[in-house]
Design a protein around this ligand. Sequence first.
Ligand SMILES: Nc1ncnc2c1ncn2[C@@H]1O[C@H](COP(=O)(O)OP(=O)(O)O)[C@@H](O)[C@H]1O
Ligand SMILES: O=P(O)(O)OC[C@H](O)CO
Length: 493
Amino acid sequence: MERYVLSLDEGTTSARAIIFDRESNVIGIGQYEFPQHYPKPGWVEHNPEEIWDAQFRAIKTALERAKVEPGQIAAIGVTNQRETTIVFDRDGKPLYNAIVWQCRRTAEMVEEIKREYGDVIKEKTGLVPDAYFSASKLKWLLDNVPGLRERAEKGEVLFGTVDTFLIYRLTGEHVTDYSNASRTMLFNIKRLDWDDELLEIFGIPEEVLPEVRESSEVYGYTKRELLGAEIPVSGDAGDQQAALFGQAGFETGMVKATYGTGSFILANTGKTVRYSNNLLTTIAWGLNGKVSYALEGSVFITGAAVQWLRDGIKIIKHASETEELARKLESNEGVYFVPAFVGLGAPYWDQFARGLIIGITRGTGREHLARATLEAIAYLTRDVIEEMEKLVGIKELRVDGGATANDFLMQFQADILNRRVVRPVVKETTALGAAYLAGLAVDYWESLEEIESLWKAEKVFEPGMDEETRRKLYHGWKEAVKRAMGWAKVVGV
Ligand SMILES: Nc1ncnc2c1ncn2[C@@H]1O[C@H](COP(=O)(O)OP(=O)(O)O)[C@@H](O)[C@H]1O
Ligand SMILES: O=P(O)(O)OC[C@H](O)CO
């Protein structure tokens, strides 16, 4: 009987389930969106029941489409939107909505904590203190949900990122992995343990925390009543780290960029913890008794800027139209778009930057805006790669995510980086990474070497731009960014 690995890819807007075979072919996919809740300006929540419902339906659909019985699933891997914070009771019942990574409700709390403990936090967690991470979200829940702190102190409350919640519902085990723990801002990435001082700073009772495990090991077995089979759940990693794994980015200096709503660029730094002022240091995964580290540049808005062209100002009907429009021009003709809709993440970390389009003349049209949007995505990636290169040597960029379908963008990325950009055959690298982690734990795949041999390039984009053009274009970008920074402070909104 043929056996497969099932990967659960729980993202910010949808939950997917993908079934892979041994050659890493996709055999079946289920995907369902779930609602986004915005109770106040800047607040973002998900209902954990809606996440579970979408995820479970996705599993059923994937199995049906693949014509695979649950008994044929050798292992399940979980990968997730990171940082998003859930509290639930021992029956797995959520005690509040999930506070999503994008939620800004704790920005002021973090500003205050940062003043006194910014350096300590950076040293211990590798993170730039920001409302983005779980610690302040969990503190907010304990401080604001009536009775929650008292119940937590009695051991009745469990905290988790979305992986933890899903694995708890699937198996009854309260666990997470090193990569997800490293995004909480409560985990000491060198000592590899929850950090007492950080728990005290954020007022978190230890009782709520999950056990931190490797990214590839059997955490438990699915409850029989769910799928009619007891399947090992044996892979867990944050989605961006899983994508690096799915790209077979196992060696120091290997870099991947995922182009979705935002872009997340990760460079493997091996066993060494490297610090950068403007990038995050994070755990890539824990495997075979060892932890690998990565540098990360998180860019909040990239594909979302393309969505804005479609849904906001409605100058395109489909994201893919940007390619044809951009190709109508020989150059950007001096028009730049800095899509700082929610401030700027790496490497600028400016909460007060706002979006800007500059260089408009009477002749500016939709093709300029389309081109400026795609170019911006590439410049933002270069901003991050330039910072990374100060610490690790980089040869090429492996890419994945929705916007990599755009060949204009990929070629421009290669040109502006002056580096090869490589797009793999399997585009579902996030789900694939979690599948590999799960499969390795149960010997479905034997080794990293075997996985490396499965990775295949679909298309390589070679840099072809002359040095002077590249210099000028990027100089224009840097000037545009300068003008976008701090704008919310200037106008007081
Ligand atoms: N051909 C394209 N050109 C440019 N952007 C695209 C294209 N196709 C999709 N996108 C962008 O990619 C994003 C979707 O990618 P996806 O990997 O599904 O994102 P996420 O997982 O963050 O939801 C959207 O923001 C969309 O605007
Ligand atoms: O759900 P995605 O793909 O937008 O990824 C979100 C990141 O994990 C946030 O850190």
